[in-house]
Write a protein that binds this ligand. Structure first.
Ligand SMILES: [Fe+2]
Ligand SMILES: [Fe+2]
Length: 277
């Protein structure tokens, strides 16, 4: 596949994605959430979870600037996607913040202090190539989708229809993001299947959620979530990793083979180096 064909395929994916977003997925966090259906009795730990997600979403400036740095020269479709993605992600933090303040769970001052604390840290981009970051995006968006769905159910369980709607709107965006990234990974697989498989194995092995180490008290917050929707290894495999592989048309056997080949190559290099000494 030539680089022109690559760009053409990605442009087509972006047109489909953006057209569908404009037609079916535009929403307004101030107006479309039924704010009169906040349940004042919703327990504090549910609010802490919302605050944690807000923390993760709040690193948007880093995600955009550092993500775009590797994507900007890759294709115009990926640049356009990043711009639109930033707009959609912004609404996720607006909706979560509106919930926390409108419900009275947090004051404006507390929200201000939280944002200040968050911005003392910065997100480090976990991978360095456009292809690896696109694979990472597939897993990360799918994981966020799964978590938000679980918290939509939790909010419903507590009779908080407003919070459930926030998670529902956010989740619908996240799954659309996951599918765009996956569709781009499919194109990468068409161009260079062995190389893309190596990257998928590498990203899956080193994957972690973006809030780790940058959201204050992240570990304690995760303990609180454990019961209700934390992304542990089993859930990651069942609800994220295997479904993404299935969507990509990649088998686990292929990835196992990639790992075996990589190990054999390392061993051969080592043997060569030892023989040369
Ligand atoms: Fe988001
Ligand atoms: Fe997203």
């Amino acid at each position: 596949m030539s680089s022109d064909q690559f760009r053409e395929k990605l442009n087509k994916q972006f047109r489909i994605f953006f057209d569908k977003a404009e037609q079916e997925r535009r929403w307004n966090p101030y107006r479309d959430v039924p704010w009169d259906k906040i349940n004042p009795e919703t327990p504090e730990y549910v609010a802490v979870c919302a605050e944690t997600f807000l923390g993760v979403e709040s690193f948007l400036p880093d995600y955009i600037s550092k993500g775009l740095a590797v994507l900007r020269n890759s294709s115009s479709a990926q640049r356009s996607f990043s711009a639109n993605w930033g707009y959609e992600e912004l609404k996720h933090s607006i909706a979560l913040m509106e919930y926390l303040t409108r419900s009275g769970k947090r004051s404006d001052e507390q929200m201000h202090d939280y944002q200040q604390a968050l911005m003392k840290q910065s997100w480090t981009r976990p991978f360095d190539t456009a292809r690896q970051m696109t694979i990472y995006g597939s897993f990360q968006e799918m994981a966020t989708f799964v978590i938000y769905l679980r918290h939509e159910a939790l909010a419903k369980k507590h009779g908080d229809e407003a919070l459930a709607a926030v998670y529902r709107f956010n989740a619908r965006d996240e799954i659309a993001h996951a599918h765009f990234y996956e569709d781009v990974v499919k194109v990468y697989l068409e161009i260079d299947r062995p190389g893309t498989l190596v990257d998928i194995a590498h990203v899956a092995k080193n994957f972690q959620m973006p809030g780790v180490n940058i959201v204050p008290d992240y570990d304690q917050r995760i303990v609180l979530m454990r019961e209700e929707g934390n992304m542990d290894r089993d859930i990651f495999l069942q609800k994220v990793y295997f479904p993404v592989l299935k969507y990509l048309g990649v088998t686990r056997q292929e990835l196992v083979q990639v790992a075996i080949d990589a190990r054999a190559a390392r061993k051969a290099t080592q043997t060569g180096a030892n023989a040369a000494e």
